[in-house]
Design a protein around this ligand. Structure first.
Ligand code: PLP
Length: 509
């Protein structure tokens, strides 16, 4: 069994490697002290660190951190990361941390992956950027061709952007514009799922149903229909995940029956609603929504920004919509959004794939029928090249087959957690594993408490509310999965009374 860089994936033994962090500390060499065109001289030795002067403290003063609260009493300093290698991150104190959630679900083949690094270095010396309007370049073309081939040619015409939210905006606009070009301008509403997440720009937020991200901006947002989620955790006693999915489909059909003439598209996160807390559903739901969208003439947008690129066991999550049977062209979604893992977690890149028939509706002499959407860095060559190198890794190392093995290792490594009485709704789809804290132990501070405790145990992880999940890079072996399970259990013990005590407490209650 081969992995791209076995040495980097081995389970840790002994203390974290110090010393390696002396290499590459760019912030110690301020740009303005040297010409951009001469080789940097060795940076001066770092001054002794004074309290409040470290990278983390400077960051709090200089950087407005994403998805982070500002509190009157001052904030905890962020983790200052100086280096990454394989699944490991190293902080400025030489601590080694396992990147258990792939740096917000983007990393696939580890940090500083030698193959992606080499491709990027070559691209850097060849062409760093050129605009994609009126110009083209090999990485953008090759990536688009190869992604289309991965859908058996059903989808293609890659439209590039940089962030996931931008890809969602593009899909929404394209869908509406397609109907308008087709003489149906009244089809301008969108349907999203309960607790769905599609990004945080104003258009994407309108089809997002996560209160913490949405509520403050609600007055700014376009109105979308929110349909029942197929989340299998909603099962009534005796109800199967498939029956929950069917209930969600029935509800959706009732809405479409009434309003399809006004609806442009339905947007879904196939198989796993990640930001909702890794809510998973029966794959039959996907086949069901495809049929409903056909019947009621509504576009189907698959947001595979988080679940694409092999996370769920197939390259596209959608490939599981018919129990992994080969898909006919009509069985794919009408739009498919990718981002996050597509560049291997290296550079901001997103894209929308769609059908030839949809692109055809934009072929016209009139300006108003054209899709005049762009971003400055659309199709950036470095980002596309990182993505091509990522696809190369999939092909060269039979990653999807290896990931089936890794999913098994993950299940085994986390088996004691899965059996723990403090957790319930244990679920796994490919390389996404999740469980919820049982109600008696749930708390508003669990996510933050567990995050801090796990750091002490060598793991970087951020639960979502009371959902503990891991989504590791595809670079671990069985011993490392076991190590991860032990560390997470230890972290859990330090924030929630151990299971025995907990069980007694529950019985007493
Ligand atoms: C992360 C995510 C997005 C938004 O991507 P950004 O790059 O953060 O804008 C959209 N949809 C899903 C399903 C995501 O997980």
């Amino acid at each position: 069994m081969r992995s791209p860089n076995p040495a980097a994936f081995a389970a840790p033994s002994g203390p974290a490697r110090a010393g390696a962090r002396t290499a590459g500390q760019p912030w110690r060499t301020p740009l303005h002290t040297q010409s951009l065109h001469t080789a940097p001289t060795d940076p001066p030795a770092a001054p002794a660190r004074q309290h409040g002067d470290g990278l983390a403290a400077r960051s709090l003063r200089a950087v407005w951190h994403p998805c982070t609260r500002l509190r009157p009493g001052g904030d905890r300093p962020p983790l200052a990361v100086v280096r990454g290698e394989g699944p490991w991150l190293y902080d400025d104190e030489g601590r080694r941390l396992f990147d258990a959630t792939s740096s917000w679900w983007v990393n696939l083949f580890g940090h500083a992956n030698p193959a992606i690094n080499a491709a990027l270095k070559d691209q850097l010396d060849t062409l760093e950027h050129v605009m994609l309007a009126g110009c083209t370049h090999a990485p953008a073309v090759e990536l688009a061709e190869r992604l289309s081939a991965l859908t058996g040619g059903a989808l293609g015409h890659a439209f590039y952007a940089s962030d996931g939210a931008s890809a969602v905006e593009i899909a929404l606009k394209m869908s509406f514009h397609y109907w308008r070009n087709s003489g149906l301008p009244g089809k301008r509403e969108f349907v999203c799922l309960r607790h769905g997440y599609h990004g945080e720009t104003v258009g994407a937020l309108a089809v997002t149903d996560v209160a913490v991200f949405r509520d403050a901006y609600d007055p700014l947002l376009m109105r979308a229909h929110v349909a029942m989620s197929p989340d299998a955790r909603q099962a009534a006693p005796g109800e199967s995940p498939r029956e929950v999915a069917q209930r969600a489909l029935d509800e959706l059909e009732a809405l479409l029956q009434q309003r399809a003439a006004s609806i442009a598209a339905l947007i879904v996160e196939p198989l796993v609603q990640c930001a909702a807390g890794m809510a998973m559903h029966d794959p039959a739901y996907l086949d069901g929504v495809r049929a409903l969208c056909d019947r009621y003439r509504v576009h189907l947008i698959a947001d595979e920004i988080a679940v694409g690129c092999g996370r769920t066991g197939t390259f596209f999550a959608w490939e599981q919509s018919r129990g992994r049977a080969a898909l006919g062209a009509q069985q794919w979604p009408d739009f498919l959004c990718l981002s996050k893992g597509i560049s291997g977690g290296y550079l901001p890149l997103s894209l929308v794939l769609t059908r030839g028939a949809i692109q055809q509706a934009f072929v016209a002499d009139e300006l108003s029928r054209s899709f005049l959407h762009s971003h400055s860095y659309t199709g950036n060559p470095l980002a596309c090249r990182a993505a091509v190198a990522t696809l190369d890794l999939f092909a060269q190392h039979d990653v999807l087959a290896m990931n089936r093995q890794r999913a098994q290792w993950l299940a085994e490594g986390l088996a004691s957690l899965a059996a723990d009485a403090r957790l319930r709704h244990v679920r796994q789809r490919g390389l996404i594993w999740a469980a919820d804290l049982h109600e008696p132990f749930a708390s508003e501070t669990f996510a933050a408490d567990f995050h801090r405790a796990a750091l002490e145990h060598g793991v970087l992880i951020r639960p979502i509310g009371n959902t503990l999940y891991v989504m590791p890079p595809y670079v671990f072996d069985a011993p490392l999965a076991n190590w991860l399970g032990e560390r997470l259990l230890a972290a859990l013990d330090s924030v929630v009374a151990p299971a025995g005590a907990a069980r007694e407490a529950r019985h007493a209650a």
